[in-house]
Design a protein around this ligand. Sequence first.
Ligand code: NAD
Ligand code: IPM
Ligand code: MN
Length: 350
Amino acid sequence: AGTSSLAVIPGDGIGPEVTAEALKVLEVASPVKLEPTRYDLGAERYLATGEVLPDSVLAEVRGHDAILLGAVGGKPNDPNLPPGILERGLLLRLRFELDHYVNLRPSRLLPGTASPLADDVLAKGEVDFVVVREGTEGPYTGNGGALRVGTPAEVATEVSVNTAYGVERVVRDAFARAEKRPRKKLTLIHKTNVLVNAGSLWWRTFEAVAAEHPDVSTDYMHVDAAMIFLATDPARFDVVVTDNLFGDIVTDLAAAITGGIGLAASGNVNPDRTAPSMFEPVHGSAPDIAGQQKADPTAAILSGALLLDHLGHADAAAAIEAAVLADLRDRTPGTSRRTSEVGDAIAARL
Ligand code: NAD
Ligand code: IPM
Ligand code: MN
């Protein structure tokens, strides 16, 4: 059909500010008419009604072609918000229920972008990689518990869940992505030297799938050493596959070395298309700058490009990327624009 329906969850903090700009740009760029429906999920609704993600709302969200999300979560350690209530109950519940097992996080140092990397590091080659972060398992599943809380004998556990099914499907996806890129290189990041049970499953799966892809060159790094290489030689990465928690950490550093968290986009992808995929910036609700039109909406706008690409509009996605590229080239260091001005400038280039 000539229309695509979007569930839009602006969320908390800077979420609504950056989502408004992403929608602005999407509406100009999309070759089909977009029909956005807003869902007022987040801290405000929770504090007013106690609701985080009612089943009826989840069912409605499931009926859309794609989901655009701003950010959820309050100030860290806000006494009015139980820790994790929105992160687990809303964001992770969406990722799990909609089977977003590929959390796709591209990192590219776009020309004209300021990088904190030293010149000799930048001289080693182009920084252009994509992290395929597992999105439905690992330590995020809520497996664990607390005993004797508040006593000197307290015990707290968070158990990382890794299934053969879950690891294989994300590793296969990463190999397929590596195969489509010019360098055809895939790096597994894990901690097989300490997390021996999960590590063994990931390593054996990686080796087995690698045997089916002789054209893809493979590499392995322990997650701690990977931090060294991200800072000293990021050009060595092409596609990275890793578990849910390592991927969370790796992608904030990846954002920081490629222009900052204000530029980092992501897609929570259901590659089998059994449910809508969800697109959101890597960053959070940034309570420290919320409501001031200070947030950079570029990450949300680039997440919109990933959304269009997922819906089959590769040309429109490329047009958004080109508009962002042009906008980045023209940014004057030391000056800042309002959130809406950045959105207007990028939309105007389309
Ligand atoms: P954060 O990403 O919100 O902020 C970290 C720092 O980056 C802050 O200084 C912030 O001002 C800055 N920043 C973030 N986005 C920016 C942008 N677009 N432009 C300019 N500066 C930007 O991380 P945090 O402070 O650890 O978390 C704040 C809240 O967000 C927490 O409740 C956390 O749970 C939640 N969170 C949500 C998501 C999500 O919804 N996907 C992701 C991460 C964190
Ligand atoms: C992210 C965030 C989330 C994560 C939190 C808020 C649940 O940090 O999208 O990177 O850890 O996945
Ligand atoms: Mn994160």
